[in-house]
Design a protein around this ligand. Sequence first.
Ligand code: ADP
Ligand code: MG
Length: 549
Amino acid sequence: TGKEEVHEFKTETKRLLNIVANSLYSEKEIFVRELISNAADALEKLRHSQNLDSSLESGKPLEIRIYADKEKKQFIIQDYGIGMTLDEINENLGTIARSGSKSFLEKIEKEGSASAKDSIIGQFGVGFYSTFMVGEKITVYTRSAKPGSKGYCWTTDGHGSYTVAEADNVAVGTKIVIELRDDCKSYGSHLEVDAIIKKYSNFVGFPIYLNDQEVNTVEPLWTKEKNSVTADQHREFYRFIANAWDDPQYTLHFKTDAPLSIASVLYVPEKHMESLGERTEPGVSLYSRKVLIQPKSKGLLPDWLRFVKGVVDSEDIPLNVSRELLQDNILSRLRIVMTRRALGWLESESKRDPVKYNEFFLDFGQFIKEGVCTDSMYKKDIAKLLRFETSKTKAGEMISLQDYTDRKQEEQKRIYYLLTPKRRYAEESPYTEMFKKKGVELLYLYETVDEFVVNHLREFQGIDLISADSPEAATDPLLQQALEGDAAQSALSETEAKDLAKWVEETLGPDVVKQVDISRRLDNFPAIVLEHESPAMRKMMQMMEGSAR
Ligand code: ADP
Ligand code: MG
């Protein structure tokens, strides 16, 4: 081997090294992601350069090999990528915040060749230094793929200086050996490293072997052409990312370039556990260039869509140097795009197969209802996803608000609903009598949350939602009864009726009733109570009475 050179890190580099090693990253395990990203970049650069210059040959497959050894307290990563010349070593490893990858990108952008452009991950020039979070000594063996290049060994303990020397028997590419600190020796554990690779780097575009076993066998489906992906592949992918065993009941796969460049796959699982009291956590993870940025991100979709699983990959998201998300309005734009997509997706599924959608709604309807109540920005669109049984459907059949308004009578100016615990009660209820007679459809709302839903909505496409037991319903001319024949004969006169009403009002007294009015709407019932306390309140009282008994 040739002469050894000792180099001092530049002063600012020393200071920055400290920051990177101690406070840039929230998790130490990130170093695995950073090294894999660098290896993937090196392989991508080789692939790109080989296309232009066939003399570049590593002679080895484009893959990444990692060895974790707890006994030796070592973590080793090797790639057969582009490697580094001596100048590149000094520039890229000896200088912090110098990104060879960024210069590479700038170069190929100037050349106008787009092939590798979307795949290069590096840009900040600090990722490599994350190794100092876990290693007490770092050794890099590297040889450039340029024909005739020599191999080099670069080594440092991260304090002040590094040495570079020529080295023999170095394969084209780069091999990095980390001697792990005592408190970091878990990164020599196969199991632990396996989990970290799967978490952050599973979809990197080259095979990763850990102790000679391939780790990343699941492909990043979202990068593929939609029509080339089979249902089986989606199932496998869904099960991987959702850590689930069921099948997705709905699948959405899309790419857009405007307003943001996004590639995404989303799934609705077959079932959810929230009815069993287990809260569903958000299930969509954010990636940038196939590298995980935020697992199960809370910001990508509104909380009521937490039952959706999947992946969103965007090159446009703003990252800080530690590749964590910057709080930025691009993120809220991403959320808007994603939410709109998800809404459109569910709506089109409901149109494509209404029967299947009703099945979905029976199980997942609670999320949709939560959406109407909590997501004021989108409640009008979410309302299209609601389904209800009505006085005109069979038990178990449901319609949308759109169906309701499409088929209601021309003169009917409102959407009527009745809060009722059971269908049978509604059918026997005095409140529904007139509706039945006049052929006015009534939505049946069975759940307590439904009252909040209608209160939040108030209207659907400009048509008011009105409760069947409200005073407004009582005065709807459409529902007034024209008295005929015997009924007209035996009916009370206006004055008699008024006297009776007055008598009832006085007898019951102000503690019981606010007001007693005359109405011509009832047929088989002499009187009904209109809108005392809210139906939800009423139901709660009933429940309390029930449990007291
Ligand atoms: P970034 O990846 O953001 O550019 P890093 O600190 O991770 O920053 O790496 C700095 C530079 O070192 C890279 O841009 C690249 O030029 C070089 N480099 C790092 N790892 C490798 C590798 N495995 N093979 C070739 N070059 C590498
Ligand atoms: Mg990097």
